[in-house]
Design a protein around this ligand. Sequence first.
Ligand SMILES: Cc1cc2nc3c(=O)[nH]c(=O)nc-3n(C[C@H](O)[C@H](O)[C@H](O)COP(=O)(O)O)c2cc1C
Length: 154
Amino acid sequence: MSFAKYYKSVHHGNTEKVAKSIAEVLEADLCEPEEFEVKELRGKDLVGFGSGIYNISFHESILELLEELPEMESKKAFIFSTSGLPRIPIVHDYESEVKEKLTEKGFEVVDSFSCRGHDTYFPVFRLFGGIHKDRPNEEDIDKAKKFAKQLIED
Ligand SMILES: Cc1cc2nc3c(=O)[nH]c(=O)nc-3n(C[C@H](O)[C@H](O)[C@H](O)COP(=O)(O)O)c2cc1C
């Protein structure tokens, strides 16, 4: 199996930390969406798409990348994210949009991973240095690596 991963991390590099730990386990190429070239997906069986959550959504560059993707055959995908708040299905459901777009493009979406990340977005959070200051922490990174191992074992 061979892997590629696309990620966007603009706030505190939280998602980048998760992306790198997953990429290490999968021995995957890691790219920002702006670097995307269709030819890079040739021969890749599993592709990951990750982002910080910005206004209840993956970064627009990831959503644009998904629009640009050609129809895929026999490829699996996984998604990952970091966010200040836990994902609450229905009200905070940023994963569904990405899953739907990937499915439309012919990917089989096999799994998803998310964890909290340091968040200073709201001015009120900044008064006390933000929420989840030390995250993703070692435990989050361990969980991300376990998630990656399971992707290979499945
Ligand atoms: C512009 C902006 C909007 C955000 N919106 C949300 C949000 O809707 N829900 C949430 O849980 N966190 C939100 N956050 C917090 C980020 O999702 C969190 O800090 C994430 O870990 C950032 O990842 P990054 O450091 O990889 O960019 C927002 C942060 C920014 C900067």
